[in-house]
Every structure is written in C-alpha cells, then in structure tokens.
Write a protein that binds this ligand. Structure first.
Ligand code: AMP
Length: 114
C-alpha cells in the first residue's frame, strides 16, 4: 500500500531500528517504547488487521510468533516473561492500519491494560 508507513518500513524506504527480518516478517523497535523492551513484528505484505486475515495469509501469523520466540531468546527475556499484543480497530487502540504485534518486556506488566 503506497501510503502505509509500515509497508515503507518493510520495504526499507524509511529508516528504523530493524532487529529481525526473514522472508515473511520484520521486527523493529517501537518509536514510543512502553517498556524497557518494546518492538513490533509485522508481516511484510500489507494486511490491515486481524479482521482481514484469511486462509492465504494466516501462515504469516506463525512466522510472527516464530520471530517473537527467536527474539525472546536472543534478547534474553524469554525466561523472565513478556507480552505479545495486537490492537484491532478503534476500540482496540489500533493507530496504524497494518497488522502488527507489540512485544513488551523488561518490566512487570500490569493487567488489565487501560
Ligand atoms: P498501534 O497503536 O497498536 O497501532 O501501534 C502502533 C505503534 O507503532 C505505536 O506504538 C507507535 O509508537 C509505533 N510506530 C509508529 N510509527 C513508527 C515508526 N516509524 N517506527 C517505529 N514505531 C512506530
């Protein structure tokens, strides 16, 4: 999608701190971190949200969680614990309409979220 900021990040058109990349997904540090560790994992293809996943794109969710698992081990927060969250739509607080999973770690995370 031409005007999607996360598509531009996925295409390396705008600089960001990329920490993982494979053929299907990309992970990069969140611009406005909410925890000592806060990064986003996105599919490289444009998918608007969970609402628009379908049989052809569900496999990318597997690739997202594979990246999360690799990074949790690599950044050494797997044992302490962490949170993976995807916001969907207005009530979910989604501000960027390109499917993304927040990964938060490095502090005790409150529940329920606000
Ligand atoms: P959400 O509110 O769930 O849609 O999350 C969007 C997230 O993207 C927010 O946490 C923003 O801080 C983050 N964000 C927006 N633009 C960028 C960017 N260029 N680089 C890194 N993170 C970004």
């Amino acid at each position: 999608m031409g005007d999607c900021i996360f598509c531009k990040i996925a295409n390396h058109e705008i600089p960001t701190e990329i920490i993982y990349e494979d053929d299907q997904v990309l992970a990069f540090r969140d611009l406005n971190p909410q925890a000592p560790v806060h990064f986003l994992v996105i599919p490289k293809i444009h998918i608007e949200s969970v609402n628009t996943l379908d049989e052809s794109t569900f496999p990318v969710v597997q690739a997202v969680f594979k990246a999360v698992q690799i990074l949790a081990k690599e950044l050494e927060f797997d044992a302490a614990g962490y949170r993976v969250v995807t916001n969907c739509g207005v009530d979910g607080g989604q501000s960027v309409s390109h499917l993304h999973y927040h990964v938060l770690a490095g502090r005790n995370l409150a529940w329920p979220p606000g």
